[in-house]
Write a protein that binds this ligand. Sequence first.
Ligand SMILES: Nc1ncnc2c1ncn2[C@@H]1O[C@H](COP(=O)(O)OP(=O)(O)OP(=O)(O)O)[C@@H](O)[C@H]1O
Length: 543
Amino acid sequence: MTDGGNESDDSGVNTGGSDRPDGRASVDDLADEVDDDAPSISVGPDETTGDGPSLGGEDDGPSLDDVVLEETPSGEDADEASRGLFDDLLSGAPIFENKEVLRPSYTPHKLPHREEQINNMATILVTALRGDTPSNILIYGKTGTGKTASAKFVSEELETTSQKYEVPCEVEYINCEVTDTQYRVLAQLANKFIEKNRGVIDDRLDELEDLRERAREDDTVLGESDLDVETVADLDAKIEQLRDDRDEFEEVPMTGWPTDRVYNTFFDAVDYHERVVVIMLDEIDKLVEKSGDDTLYNLSRMNSELEKSRVSIMGISNDLKFTDFLDPRVKSSLGEEEIVFPPYDANQLRDILQHRSEVAFENDALSDDVIPLCAAFAAQEHGDARRALDLLRTAGELAERGQTERVEEDHVRRAQEKIELDRVVEVVRTLPTQSKLVLFSIILLEKNGVHNINTGEVYNIYKRLCEEIDADTLTQRRVTDLISELDMLGIVNAVVVSKGRYGRTKEISLSVPIEETEAVLLSDSRLGDIEDIQPFVQARFDN
Ligand SMILES: Nc1ncnc2c1ncn2[C@@H]1O[C@H](COP(=O)(O)OP(=O)(O)OP(=O)(O)O)[C@@H](O)[C@H]1O
């Protein structure tokens, strides 16, 4: 892949990089030129032509192609011209051989410790290759347990095998976190099947038109063909029919149609020809949470009406309880088969990391402790392979940045801190404004040396902040709820303590780094408006 930002453009101005095989001026030259009063850019041919200045076209003014930088150093000069900004970074031994394989977008071809789940899925789905409808499958498991990777692996195998045996079987993947309404799910499916149908029609038209061409000279070819046409008129009618079919498919717009029209379009598109379709709904709980179970109800009852095709659903969820919200009919239909993905333990994570690291890292780039430590940290987190891979990649990046030859244990520890901080920043950044105000109040109290903060103290500061930025002020009870939410997110720690006859109160402390969290809060434009609240807080505790 090329990095567009470092490519030379047509003007001959190279925008980055240290080495200049084209012998043109570097960024440094540009800077020097700017310092001088002398013009930095000249128009016309370079010195080598010896011609007088000429303007780009015959009559036109100078064109961009004619703009070249003066005093273009060439060869060795170019080396000197660069200050070696990138040279230093490139000089160390590379740590990664192929970093991409550690990224979440990479689909591994081998999934250690998921053989059982993969075999279970295959056993259920093999029915599709016999032309029958496979049972619906629900896949459960916590985040990073390989559900999506395994399901995609099985789907690819299924499609490849179906091509091999010429049994029409297709898998459609939908991520319900992104596509989270019935309209969008059906529209996306309809459009995918319309596109596929068009592909099938085009192939068929090519065959028929080819036959038509040959039949023009000798119509005995019709009898020999396996396309099931006896006369040229038959053939023409078929071609006409296919062209009509092709024109009739109308793509569903992303909004605007009544839902039943979208459903009917999807239904007709799926049933256009014989096939078994597996619809994979990843993060299915998000769909149900956002828009109820209508989509699942409609999909699960389709088979009784489809004539040529069959549909089977494969739902994937992190949330074991989401079926509690389903209509009992949907629940029993969807959960015909259930497959559970348990969390990985540290040894299994070690194997997974070992496999990936062989491709991802240069030989000997990892010291012996690195993989076991990444695996141990991720196993503590609930056996999340995504987290383990992130840790390993981040540790490698830190080593690369530090220009060390190997990734060491310390890089893993720093990677763990960095990932944790990134998480906190993301959680804090996306909090609603009211929660941000509550959190900011706690920070102000801590910064002023208040320990064992109680809800009343938070509420007083919070009220003042709301006045300052003209926000609605919630009741103390609501603020107490928001504090509990911050506690659940791991941002504050709130413990209930008994004060004897004075009842019970919460003692609140911050669980995240104070400076970074404050900076994230102040980067919110609304909170950024808070002038200087410090003197006010100070005054409250001075007396
Ligand atoms: N057994 C395994 N072998 C190799 N890589 C794995 C394995 N299990 C998971 N991974 C990798 O871990 C990452 C997370 O896996 P995946 O997306 O399948 O998890 P998930 O269970 O679907 O999580 P979520 O519910 O958060 O979507 C991916 O990069 C995947 O390639």
